[in-house]
Design a protein around this ligand. Structure first.
Ligand SMILES: Nc1ncnc2c1ncn2[C@@H]1O[C@H](COP(=O)(O)OP(=O)(O)OP(=O)(O)O)[C@@H](O)[C@H]1O
Length: 203
């Protein structure tokens, strides 16, 4: 079993990392989906009201509410897969929740790129789809994300990926991290099987 979480400011490349995971056949649980689902369940508009619902969830159930709600989704995927990627941790409190549940099997990858690089990429991505593009809005978005305590989570990352080179180079790096994690987890599982008494293995 291996759970890889990603953390990074807007436009850093979390969505691209999720794409690579899916290409590798690894399911992705997006923490934003937890919020969107809750927004829909409350009869609100998931495209507009997700910010206030994310805040409401934290106010009502504590700062780890979204992480805790994503745990059953992750466990469900782990029934049929050796690895799962969790897209978009926001804080050290959420990291605590994942580490408590998955221990050594949880790896946090921090994806980082300078403000100007992220602003440019969001501009390019968002011409048609992204309402929040442009330098000024990115400042506000960065502040909101940092307000959740994202810097503390990033500081505790197991791996830091600087996404300042080409997209291809970034994909290669993420693919290598995923494959290395999968290999290490297979080795650990094999060791565990070797440790089991023969009768237990046969039953
Ligand atoms: N190394 C790169 N070179 C060129 N473009 C990139 C690179 N990395 C990411 N991009 C592009 O930058 C944009 C932002 O990346 P992505 O959507 O993965 O960020 P994100 O962290 O998921 O952002 P958000 O939190 O806003 O959803 C996308 O259009 C993506 O294709």
């Amino acid at each position: 079993m291996h759970v890889i979480g990603t953390v990074g400011l807007p436009g850093s490349g979390k969505g691209e990392a999720a794409t690579v995971a899916r290409e590798e056949g690894i399911p992705v649980v997006t923490m934003g989906d937890v919020v969107r689902q809750e927004t829909a369940d409350r009869g609100l508009d998931p495209t507009k009201d997700h910010g206030s619902v994310a805040q409401a969830l934290r106010d009502e159930h504590g700062p780890a509410a979204i992480a805790e709600r994503s745990l059953p989704m992750i466990e469900d995927r782990l029934e049929n897969h050796d690895a799962v990627v969790v897209d978009g941790l926001r804080s050290a409190v959420e990291l605590d929740a994942f580490e408590k549940r998955f221990g050594e099997d949880f790896t946090l990858v921090s994806i980082e790129a300078p403000f100007e690089v992220r602003a440019e990429r969001i501009d390019a991505r968002g011409r048609d789809a992204d309402a929040n593009d442009g330098g000024e809005d990115l400042t506000t978005r960065d502040e909101r994300e940092r307000g959740f305590g994202m810097d503390d989570a990033m500081a505790r990352a197991d791996v830091v990926v600087e996404n300042t080179d080409t997209l291809e180079a970034f994909h290669d790096r993420i693919r290598a991290i995923i494959r290395e994690g999968t290999r290490a987890c297979e080795e650990a599982d094999a060791l565990e099987r070797d440790d089991e008494p023969t009768e237990a293995r046969q039953s």
